[in-house]
Every structure is written in C-alpha cells, then in structure tokens.
Design a protein around this ligand. Structure first.
Ligand code: PMP
Length: 360
C-alpha cells in the first residue's frame, strides 16, 4: 500500500478499494479483453457500465423517476451558464444566495444571460455564515433560486434546504453524496465529479423532467439539457473512463452502507478536526460560525502565520499532504471527502496537537 493521506480539495482522494479494482481490470475488463478506455461508448460493455452507474446513483440518492441523470462534461463551471440558458424560459431573472467564491462565479457567469438577483450575501462578515432565510430579498419573477450547498474554498456549508416557491438549483460539487438529501425538493442539482464521485472530466446533472425544453432556440445543441436527456447522455462521446470510476465509487458507497453511513462518518471526521481546532487555545482557529462549518472542507488558520510553511512541510513528512488553503483565503484546508478514512483524520489531528505542543 502506498500512500499518503491526501487532503486535496479536488481532484481528491478516491477509495483505495476502487483504485485497486480499476487496476485489476485495467487491461481486461470482465473478460472483454479491453481496457474500459478502449471501448466504444456504444458497445454493450460500456452500455452496461453507464447503466449500472446510473442505477446505483439513483439507488444511493433515491432519485425519483421524474428526474433525469445526465453524465456531462465541462465541469461545474459550465453549469453556471447551462443552468440559466436552459431554465429561464420566458423569465428574465434568477435568484441566488452569495456565500463565497463559487456562488460569486455563478453570479458573474449568470449575469451574461440573465438578471441575477442576489437575495442575501454573507460577504459582510467574510463569508463566515449562511444568511438565514428570513432576510432574503427574493424576486417574485425569478425563474429559480440557485445556491451553493458547500463552498469548497471558504469551508462554508448550508445546514438547511431553502424553502422557496420557485425551483431550487444547487451546486453540490463538493458535498453531493456526503449526506442525505431529498432530491424531490430540487429542480436541478449539479456537481463536478472530482470530489466525492470520481475523476475530473465528468459533471453530474440531476434535473426534473418538467424543467427541460425551455432552452433558448439559439442555444448550441451540446449546451441543451434536452439533447443529453433524449440521448441518455450518449448524444456524443461521454467521459467513459470517469463514468466507469464513478460507477465503482457508487458500488463502494453501497457496500459501505450508502449515503447515511457516509454522513455519519463525515460528521465524526469533521467533529474530530473542529474539536482539535477549538481546543487548541487559539493556536488554530476557524472563522466559520459553528452551524455552517463544512463537513467536507475544514478551513483553519494558524495564529502565527509565520509557522504555515513549517506546518505544511512537517505534515508532509508525516504523510499528510495537500493541506494548503486556497490562495484566496490562505491558511490551511483539510478536505475530508467520503473516501478519506477516519484514520487519516486521526493522524492529522495527532499531528496538529503535536505541532501545537512543540510550537505553541
Ligand atoms: N462549484 C464548486 C462548489 C466547486 O468546488 C468547484 C470546483 N472546485 C466548481 C464549482 C467548479 O468546478 P469545475 O472545476 O468542475 O468547473
């Protein structure tokens, strides 16, 4: 066994068992004599792979029958454009909650195609909280409300599902499958795969069928959800290998007890880390208000920034890598997606306590 404990925000750690299985099937998938990468996407072998992946995802998330699951490309970033281009219909505007970096990018891209109404923002306190719904200024003519359930860079996570009269659109790139959700509350859910799902190059879209067919007429064919829904994600060549790995991840999750089991492990892992931060007498700190602390991306600072480099290099010597915070916020970030074992988190906590003892 290699390896290190990899706390990267994405592309991120994958379950060891999944990588080992992919390795064992690399040269010959199930007696086909081919690597999955070499298969025609329309051949019966790959059709089985994508069918199983969708089936398992539907089971894991209890996705109702009136939702389409689409395996797309272009990253979550392309969804910042595809969502308004497909869902506005005859409306001009959509609502959005501003909770940090990724919602701001969704706002910026959305403004190219729509009037974007920011219903609330937590910028006033450095994105340390999620604005509660009582003060949202919703536009009665909005086509939908968009929010980012987990801000990967800021480490800020919604602890509630907005209750609004318009369809909910959610960027779940960094917390899809990490906790149970009721899909029927959403119009559209999207996520780049490279955190909890699989390799980069695949974007998952889950869309309620009645929201399809509203795209502007001049929309490029490839940007229309309907195109991909009608063709079962086979209008053109999908990201075959990432879909295969995602399928293995879904199977692994089912073996582990599904999303419910993931969620309780994630709560435990995040709890260990935040406890270490909070009980460090200020050596480490999190600026996020307790209810909104991300269970996926634990963002923290050292009181003495001059120790940042030493923290990172000593962590690396201990096999704990990719802990540097995003350049936009500085400090540290430990991303602890589903595939991060609790042992990795325990080792990190152990290291943090040691480091604080020696340098505090
Ligand atoms: N939204 C969120 C919440 C993200 O974390 C990311 C990527 N880190 C994106 C959108 C952009 O995703 P992509 O790189 O797949 O375009």
């Amino acid at each position: 066994m290699a390896k290190v404990y990899n706390f990267s925000a994405g592309p991120a750690v994958l379950p060891h068992a999944v990588l080992a299985e992919a390795q064992s099937e690399m040269l010959d998938w199930h007696g086909s004599g081919m690597c999955v990468m070499e298969m025609s996407h329309r051949g019966k072998e790959f059709m089985e792979i994508i069918h199983d992946a969708e089936h398992d995802l539907r089971e894991l998330m209890a996705i109702p029958a009136n939702y389409k699951v689409l395996f797309l490309q272009g990253g979550a970033s392309l969804q910042f454009a595809m969502a308004p281009l497909n869902l506005l219909g005859d409306k001009q505007s959509f609502d959005i909650v501003d909770t940090g970096h990724w919602s701001r990018l969704a706002i910026k891209e959305g403004r190219r195609y729509a009037k974007v109404n920011v219903v609330a923002s937590s910028e006033d306190r450095h994105y340390s909280y999620v604005p509660t719904q009582d003060n949202w200024q919703c536009d009665p003519d909005a086509a939908y409300l968009h929010y980012t359930s987990n801000e990967t860079i800021g480490g800020l996570q919604f602890d509630f599902v907005p209750d609004v009269d318009v369809p909910l659109v959610c960027d779940m790139s960094s917390d899809l499958l990490s906790r149970e959700i009721d899909v029927s509350k959403y119009g559209l859910i999207y996520a780049g795969a490279q955190k909890n799902i699989g390799p980069s190059g695949l974007t998952l879209v889950i869309v309620r069928e009645d929201l399809l067919g509203k795209a502007r007429a001049d929309l490029p064919t490839m940007l229309n959800y309907q195109t991909h829904a009608d063709a079962d994600s086979m209008y053109n060549t999908p990201a075959t290998y990432p879909i295969y790995i995602a399928g293995l991840v879904f199977k692994w999750m089912k073996e582990q007890g599904g999303v419910k089991a993931m969620a309780s492990r994630n709560t435990e892992k995040a709890g260990l880390l935040y406890h270490a931060i909070d009980s460090s007498n200020g050596f480490y700190s999190s600026h996020i208000e307790a209810p909104y602390r991300s269970q996926m991306n634990v963002v923290f600072k050292l009181k003495n920034e001059a120790l940042d480099d030493a923290f990172l290099s000593e962590a690396k010597k201990n096999g704990l890598v990719q802990l540097k915070g995003h350049r936009a916020v500085g400090g540290m970030r430990a991303s602890i997606y589903n595939a991060m074992p609790i042992e990795g988190v325990k080792q990190l906590v152990h290291f943090m306590l040691d480091f604080a003892r020696q340098r505090g």
